[in-house]
Design a binder for this molecule. Structure first.
Ligand code: HEM
Length: 431
């Protein structure tokens, strides 16, 4: 639902229950002629029409509820992600700041790779790069195929499945747990920790969300301590050993940095991949011509993954902070201002992508921003791509047809910052 124009505006305002948020959105609309309400249900169902309107009318837009600048043009987002005048400082400013400050999870976010700037970020990233190499990822290929097959074995006889619960959720958790050397019986703990962390990586309206994530961070540190000690005593051919041994110019990862990286793999790598797999199957089901195209030519599976990441990116945006006064488009940004860089809007910018609202698995020149860009570019991109491609090809090989179950609608997590399905039921016909 667009927020421009007085009639839709009045309707939208009735729907906003919090007087504070209503006042913020009204102020935003009054001063800028457009407003974005990420709490609105229709925005959460389909944010792209509103993002298009903002990109067209006010591409560098002050968002009252985020207290920051929403940046929506592809060129601006990609340039700012690489601009040294921009910091990854994640000091909380959003509505949940009071219970975030001083929490374990916030401390972890600020001191993890995600929150550091060069030179601290460069040092840490170089060290973990020595361990988390393309070879480590490639070695996982056979295992990921076996895991995907195992999950499909479990649903085949049922004739239907929930793609999220039965496939997109368990697959990435098994991958990360195995990558980190955790035995099978501990996988459910990883799932619990991941769920607790993901709540706190979003805006946390309740203090309990932060408390749960704090507990998860403490438990994860306790969990990894003996595993890392064991690798020091008895090195193995695995990622944990490589992390313990990683060394550059006499420098090594400290104890805290080791735990922090294990935690980031789970926090950054699980839910994002689940969401990508879910969004991919949803886009294919809603575009049956494209599903048929990939079925006929499985060589298009990598294209389907890339197109999903462009068309419906799981994290819709990331945040940064300006270190100095600067001009972006026609707007003057002040040192200290927060920037909300919208991957979702940038990935649909018609100046960069032809016919951007079309889901096209054969799209060429698909340099989307779903994995970010610049120094913080996603370290897990090759792994995520491999998981997405395997999830799709194994499903297509196993089932000659799969389609929506009449009356069973996909369910979505109620959030404005992540595109996340919680349920996607399908019926299956084995080949
Ligand atoms: C489809 C799945 C995924 C998506 C869409 C995704 C997206 C992203 C994005 C947008 C960033 C940059 C955030 C920023 O600039 O503020 C990022 C960073 C990161 N991702 Fe991913 N990610 C995915 C999967 C993974 C996986 C599977 C792993 C590892 C197992 C992973 C590990 C990381 C790490 C370690 C960083 C931090 C890099 C840094 O700050 O230097 N991600 N990811």
């Amino acid at each position: 639902m667009k927020l421009s124009g007085l009639a839709p505006m009045a309707l939208r305002f009735q729907a906003i229950r919090s007087p504070l948020i209503r006042a913020m959105i009204l102020r935003e609309w009054w001063h800028q002629g457009v407003a974005i309400n990420t709490f609105d249900r229709s925005f959460r169902r389909d944010p792209y029409p509103v993002l298009r309107e903002i990109r067209e009318k006010d591409p560098v837009h002050w968002m009252e509820t985020a207290r920051g600048w929403l940046i929506t043009r592809y060129d601006d987002v990609s340039e700012l992600l690489r601009d040294p005048r921009i910091s990854a400082d994640r000091t909380p400013t959003t509505v949940d700041a009071p219970w975030r400050r001083g929490s374990e999870i916030q401390g972890w976010i600020e001191h993890s790779l995600l929150g550091l700037d060069p030179p601290d970020h460069t040092r840490l990233r170089n060290l973990v790069n020595r361990a988390f190499t393309p070879r480590v990822v490639e070695q996982m290929r056979d295992r990921i195929e076996t895991m995907a097959d195992g999950l499909l074995d479990q649903v085949e006889a049922r004739g239907e499945m929930d793609i999220i619960r039965d496939y997109a959720e368990p697959l990435p958790i098994q991958v990360i747990a195995e990558l980190l050397g955790a035995p099978q019986e501990d996988h459910h703990r990883f799932a619990q920790w991941s769920a607790a962390m993901s709540g706190a990586l979003d805006i946390a309206f309740y203090k309990k969300t932060i408390d749960d994530a704090d507990r998860a961070v403490v438990e994860m540190r306790e969990y990894f301590r003996p595993l890392l000690e064991a690798r020091r005593r008895e090195p193995r051919e695995d990622l944990l050993t490589a992390l313990v041994q990683a060394e550059e110019a006499g420098d090594r990862l400290s104890e805290d940095e080791l735990y922090s990286f294990c935690i980031i793999l789970l926090a950054a790598g699980h839910e994002t991949t689940t969401n990508m797999i879910g969004n991919m199957f949803l886009a294919l089901l809603r575009n049956p011509g494209e599903l048929e195209r990939v079925r006929r030519d499985p060589g298009l599976a990598p294209g389907a993954v890339e197109e999903t990441l462009r068309y419906d990116p799981p994290p819709q945006a990331t945040t940064r902070r300006a270190l100095e006064d600067m001009q972006v488009g026609r707007r003057g940004i002040r040192a200290g201002d927060m920037l909300v860089l919208s991957f979702a809007a940038a990935n649909r910018d018609p100046e960069r992508f032809e016919d951007p609202d079309r889901f096209d698995t054969g799209r060429e020149d698909n340099r989307h921003l779903a994995f970010g860009m610049g120094p913080h570019y996603c370290m897990g991109a090759p792994l995520a791509r491999m998981e997405g491609q395997i999830a799709l090809t194994r499903m297509l090989e196993r089932f000659t047809r799969f389609g929506s179950i009449p009356g069973a609608r996909p369910m979505r997590r109620n959030t404005g910052t992540v595109r996340a399905l919680t349920s996607l039921p399908v019926r299956l016909d084995a080949g």
